[in-house]
Design a protein around this ligand. Structure first.
Ligand SMILES: [Zn+2]
Length: 338
């Protein structure tokens, strides 16, 4: 990372672009807030830390050293449980310092005591895909290609400091206030930087890409939660949006556009179900439009099919919840009707 790639977005707050090699997201925006050196707000705060890879770690540490920031005096804050945001946390954190994450996402990462959270999630998701008629061979291919397994945080780290709505963190002269915005993940949080008009957004609002919304175990209607969270965040006066990927633009206009996007997708999904009659998940997903370079749905790379099926399920869940479609089950196999 070069010094000119680092942008000072507010006095003492820096955006560090961390390359995500081979990932369509291209880079993660990590943010560093310079600490004041003593007392409350004395430590630096690093927000979002990249995949658990050597290259993400090196890039980030290089950027920090250009700013004269050492991990010895730095706490970490992660906006949500996705590996590109939290993966490196345990490898970077030094003794006596904290990793903050929302209570909900933190508990997902910690898992159920026997298995880690990612494995628990995958098991539940796989069971759901089976009941929705997805072939076992495809399930195994998709599982082998999902990134979350090997890029996720070191499982032996258990010391996360869990945050709740309204909790405040001090870094330098700044105070960050936690705002729950569930949807992209069950416990995604945004952080208002009080008195500045700035808001750290994680992946809740992105500007030239659409945040992925998938189904989540324990969330009856993730897309509905996401739309509610867009409404919630729209109520804040945000003049400096700080997204987790790519560049920002007008905040309130983008929220409007994201809402309209999902309304269009919901209508498309409902129409596809209506057209198919006795509609199964695989065919519904394949009949929706996707911005992926492949000749047909069957040619989608497995990782892309995993995301597409999840996104489709989140739209199905919202249509179900709002009584626009009904779910039926016969012999352990689910189908939908509009
Ligand atoms: Zn994410």
């Amino acid at each position: 990372m070069l010094r000119e790639q680092i942008e000072e977005v507010l006095p003492g707050i820096y955006r560090l672009p961390v390359p995500l090699k081979g990932n369509p997201l291209k880079e993660l925006n990590s943010y560093a807030i310079r600490g004041s050196g003593e007392g409350e707000g004395g430590k630096h705060l690093l927000i979002d830390v990249g995949f658990r890879t050597e290259s993400c770690r090196e890039e980030l540490l290089e950027g920090l050293s250009l700013l004269g920031i050492q991990m010895e005096d730095t706490d970490i804050l992660v906006t949500h449980l996705h590996a590109d945001h939290c993966g490196n946390g345990p490898d970077l954190i030094k003794e006596g310092n904290k990793i903050y994450i929302s209570r909900v996402d933190g508990e997902f990462i910690l898992g159920n005591g026997k298995e880690d959270g990612v494995a628990v999630l995958h098991n539940i998701r796989v069971e759901r895909l089976r009941r929705n008629g997805i072939q076992e061979e495809l399930i195994q291919e998709m599982l082998a290609s999902t990134p979350s397994k090997n890029l996720a945080p070191d499982r032996s780290y258990r010391d996360y400091t869990l945050l709740d709505e309204g909790d405040e963190l001090k870094a330098g002269d700044y105070t960050l206030k936690a705002v729950y915005t569930p949807g992209h993940t069950p416990g995604q949080m945004c952080f208002e930087i009080l008195g500045t008009g700035a808001m750290l957004l994680g992946d809740h609002v992105l500007f030239d890409i659409t945040p992925n919304i998938t189904d989540w175990p324990g969330m009856e209607d993730a897309l509905g939660s996401y739309l509610d969270s867009l409404e919630k965040i729209d109520g804040y006066e945000v003049t400096l949006p700080l997204p987790g990927h790519r560049k920002p633009a007008d905040f309130h206009q983008r929220i409007k556009a994201l809402k309209a996007h999902h309304q269009r997708r919901l209508e498309e999904c409902r129409q596809v179900i209506k057209k198919l009659g006795k509609a199964r998940l695989y065919e519904i997903t394949g009949n929706m439009t996707w911005k992926i370079r492949a000749n047909s749905w069957d040619d989608f790379p497995p990782a892309q099919r995993w995301f597409a099926l999840g996104e489709c399920l989140s739209h199905i869940d919202h249509l179900k919840k709002t009584n626009q479609i009904t779910q039926h089950e016969e012999g352990g196999q689910i189908w939908y009707e509009a």
